[in-house]
Design a protein around this ligand. Structure first.
Ligand SMILES: [Fe+2]
Length: 310
């Protein structure tokens, strides 16, 4: 079983790469390359690229790439039924990959050995002067309404036709732990959603890297980019409002994972999220079942509309 290190990228197809580049730049990513019908966007973290769009007449979600810890992980994954051989990546940045296909057709690539960038994050998080702890002294907060920097791809969420089969497929390939579950409102079961995190033992990891949701509709729900702090979320929000982009839901704080979130739609209707201040877990954390309503998934801030979960 492969040890996952990071959700390295999400991959889409769309009919206008210039338009996608413009939006993703305003959303806080930077263009690595936009030629030969492929757009590569990076964050300010080390991954060579985190959002890729291939030119196609009709938009669609293609899949995601997961960085694994070693080439041996790729060799093991290549032995599984349905996997490609381990092969040199044809993407910018090089490295090696094993291409796999989830039960509903999403392409999942395990990658290793890709070039990394030096971190290019422009500022550290502002210290927050809470009532009982005030670390910021003789320093002002001054921040502009401008694109924030998306640092890394934190997670992606899939609607699938068979929740249990998709979770099993992922667990057969990657070392994952269950963080929390969705069950129908007011019920004890069945489990219709599972938040999955990477198993790094006693090291802390994000509450979830992948969320799998049972659904009548199969596709990507959203992908999510971590930003430096709350001021980055809020100023980017104002900037995107000023630009006339389509806000979907935000700003607010989630229940499961506790992230402060802000959801937008890209020009092709794909949902993208900024987040900060998510829960960090180690291998001791145990999952709980959440059986609240859709509205109750938001603790404060803008609650999602009904169509958000469809
Ligand atoms: Fe999210």
């Amino acid at each position: 079983m492969a040890k996952p290190i990071e959700i390295a990228q999400v991959t889409y197809a769309a009919p206008d790469l210039k338009l996608m580049e413009k939006f993703m730049t305003d959303f806080g990513l930077s263009c690595v390359s936009n030629k030969d019908n492929v757009l590569y966007m990076r964050g300010s973290g080390e991954q060579h690229h985190i959002h890729v769009t291939h030119y196609a007449e009709k938009q669609r979600f293609i899949g995601a790439s997961i960085e694994v810890s070693s080439q041996e992980d790729l060799i093991e994954l290549a032995k599984l039924e349905g996997s490609s051989v381990m092969q040199p990546s044809r993407e910018l940045g090089g490295g090696y990959e094993v291409v796999m296909t989830m039960p509903d057709g999403f392409e999942i690539k395990a990658i290793w050995g890709r070039e990394k960038h030096t971190k290019a994050t422009e500022r550290s998080a502002f210290e927050f002067n809470n009532a009982d702890h005030k670390p910021r002294l003789n320093e002002c907060i001054r921040v502009k309404r401008q694109p924030c920097q998306a640092i890394k791809l934190g997670h992606f969420v899939l609607h699938v036709s068979n929740h249990d089969a998709s979770v099993k497929w992922l667990e057969e390939r990657f070392d994952l732990l269950h963080s929390d579950y969705f069950v129908p409102p007011g019920e004890d079961g069945p489990i219709i959603g599972t938040f999955l995190r990477f198993n790094h033992g006693a090291e802390k990891v994000d509450h979830h890297a992948i969320l799998i949701l049972q659904s009548d509709w199969v596709g990507v729900h959203h992908c999510s980019f971590e930003v430096i702090d709350l001021d980055a979320v809020m100023t980017a929000h104002d900037y995107l409002v000023d630009k006339g982009y389509q806000l979907e839901c935000g700003v607010g704080r989630h229940m499961l994972g506790s992230q402060i979130f802000d959801y937008w739609k890209d020009p092709f209707g794909f949902r993208v999220e900024h987040y900060t201040d998510g829960d960090m877990l180690d291998h001791h954390a145990q999952p709980v079942k959440f059986n609240g309503t859709a509205t109750e998934t938001t603790q404060w801030g803008m609650a999602p509309g009904l169509e958000f979960f469809q």
